[in-house]
Design a protein around this ligand. Structure first.
Ligand code: AMP
Length: 181
């Protein structure tokens, strides 16, 4: 163990070219979260800006946002609320449509998951165009949430999503950036 060198978080992300379609560089975090140091470093990195901020509840976006958001909620000593793809949540939901490259998708939250005025931290693995996170934020606003921030392991700044959220007045942070899409 004495010669152990802590891996750089960025080196634990696996890039898979042309997935799910030609031209996309898929940034795969399964390799990062499979590494015990990687998982802990990522979770710590996501939550430290919020150790001094009042966060009432953590929201994670399906599916990788559940893994990271659940760990962040646990560490902050707060509860966790999932935002899921349409039709997956069993109770009464509210939904928000958002535009994909081809077509439209919908995400949902339980209608009673957030109490008006609750201070919410939003977690996902990656922000690209920001379509998913933006729809999540609209859902949370409609639920009466006060959004204290949105945190991502990876930002693809060329796709403009994090800037789009900042332009709406949100605090956004990420642990690493990759150039291009
Ligand atoms: P967007 O709505 O464009 O910001 O896309 C964000 C969502 O799509 C996240 O939940 C990511 O998991 C996934 N995603 C988009 N682009 C990539 C990519 N290049 N590599 C891995 N996941 C991606």
């Amino acid at each position: 163990m004495s010669d152990y060198v802590k891996p750089a978080l960025v080196d634990l992300v696996r890039t898979i070219p042309d997935y799910p379609k030609p031209g996309i560089q898929f940034r795969d975090i399964t390799t990062l979260i499979a590494d015990p140091v990687g998982l802990r470093t990522a979770v710590d990195g996501l939550l430290w800006p919020y150790l001094r901020e009042p966060v009432d509840i953590v929201v994670g976006i399906e599916a990788r946002g559940f893994i990271l958001g659940g760990a962040v909620a646990h560490e902050l000593g707060r509860g966790f609320v999932p935002i899921r793809k349409k039709g997956k949540l069993p109770g009464k939901t509210i939904g928000q449509d958002y535009t994909l490259e081809y077509g439209v998708d919908t995400i949902e939250i339980h209608a009673d998951a957030i109490q008006p005025g609750q201070r919410v931290l939003v977690i996902d693995d990656l922000i690209a165009t920001g379509g998913t996170a933006d729809a999540a934020i609209e859902l949370l606003k409609r639920s009466g949430a006060d959004i204290v921030g949105a945190a991502f392991v990876i930002d693809l700044p060329a796709l403009g999503g994090s800037q789009k959220l900042r332009d709406k007045g949100l605090v956004v942070h990420s642990l690493m950036c990759f150039e291009g899409d």
